[in-house]
Design a protein around this ligand. Structure first.
Ligand code: NDP
Length: 264
């Protein structure tokens, strides 16, 4: 079945790695025009080259941009609209989590974490809103985490900020419904992407393979499906929510956690 996004324009924040990169790939496979950003120019260029090897380059657009810089985000979105003629789907994916307990989190780190989770969504939404209002399939899909429901003591600030983002997504869905803009989120558990690759580099046993290390985490954390998710598994849910396939869904969430949530 097609996602019905052929010829439509998608913006993916944090598209140079992990879940964002697989989302870019899937949207391109489905015939969309896709723009993505990231902060690191080398990684962004690499991702462009990977995609340009498989898809027509006139459907790709990249721009170095920190989603926390409102002016840069506005300029990025305006460039996208100028190049592709509008914005139909905004996928807010850029970010990372902070591993720290309450006692290990300073006030500055709290502020940084809350700012990241909120403004990584607020800035792109503000910038894309005029264009989304003009789209017949307008949607916003936010990457969120199961931590929003289920706080973990080793990720105190991230959990609290994720809960706020879930509330914000619901609020935006209510405000924008009259304008025909749907707003939804995915709640992910653990997905083997860039964040985990960086943690793997700091593993205690340098001889442990990536596969064994991941299997150990899945076992230790008790993920019912016995493994971490693949970035493409999160991407499929995101593209579904962003696409007209979910045209009667707003203010909603999809759990992509391998059964980790446990809640009914
Ligand atoms: P990756 O590190 O693989 O990808 C993160 C992407 O976001 C990169 O392209 C990165 O590029 C970009 N990015 C990060 N910060 C910014 C910023 N301020 N402005 C613009 N781009 C930025 O990690 P994931 O794919 O795992 O992360 C995707 C999302 O999923 C994140 O929001 C993360 O918090 C969330 N998440 C992931 C989980 C997991 O288990 N993987 C669990 C829960 C949530 P660059 O660094 O060059 O800017």
């Amino acid at each position: 079945m097609s996602f019905q996004v052929s010829g439509k324009v998608a913006v993916v924040t944090g598209g140079s790695s992990g879940i964002g990169l697989e989302t870019v790939r899937l949207l391109l496979e489905q015939g969309a025009y896709v723009a993505w950003c990231g902060r690191d120019s080398g990684r962004l260029q690499d991702s462009w080259e990977t995609m340009a090897a498989c898809f027509e380059s006139d459907r790709l657009y990249i721009q170095c941009c920190d989603v926390l810089n409102a002016d840069a985000v506005k300029q990025f979105i305006e460039q996208v609209a100028q190049r592709f003629g509008g914005v139909d789907m905004l996928i807010n994916n850029a970010g990372q989590g902070k591993v720290a307990s309450f006692e290990d989190t300073s006030d500055e780190e709290w502020i940084r974490e809350v700012q990241l989770k909120y403004f990584s969504v607020l800035n792109p939404v503000r910038a894309a809103l005029p264009y989304l209002r003009q789209s017949s399939i307008a949607s916003i899909a936010n990457v969120n985490s199961l931590l929003a429901y289920k706080p973990e003591p080793h990720m105190m600030a991230t959990s609290a900020a994720r809960a706020g983002l879930l509330n914000l997504s619901k609020g935006l869905s209510k405000e924008f419904v009259a304008a025909g803009i749907r707003v939804n989120s995915i709640l992910i558990g653990m997905v083997e992407s860039g964040q985990w690759q960086r943690r793997y580099l700091d593993r205690s046993d340098p001889d442990q393979s990536w596969e064994d290390w991941l299997a150990g985490i899945a076992r230790k954390r008790g993920i019912p499906m016995g493994r971490l998710g693949k970035p493409v598994e999160a991407a499929r849910a995101l593209v579904f929510l962003a696409s007209p396939l979910s045209s009667y869904t707003t203010g909603s969430v999809i759990d992509v956690s391998g059964g980790f949530s446990q809640e009914i």
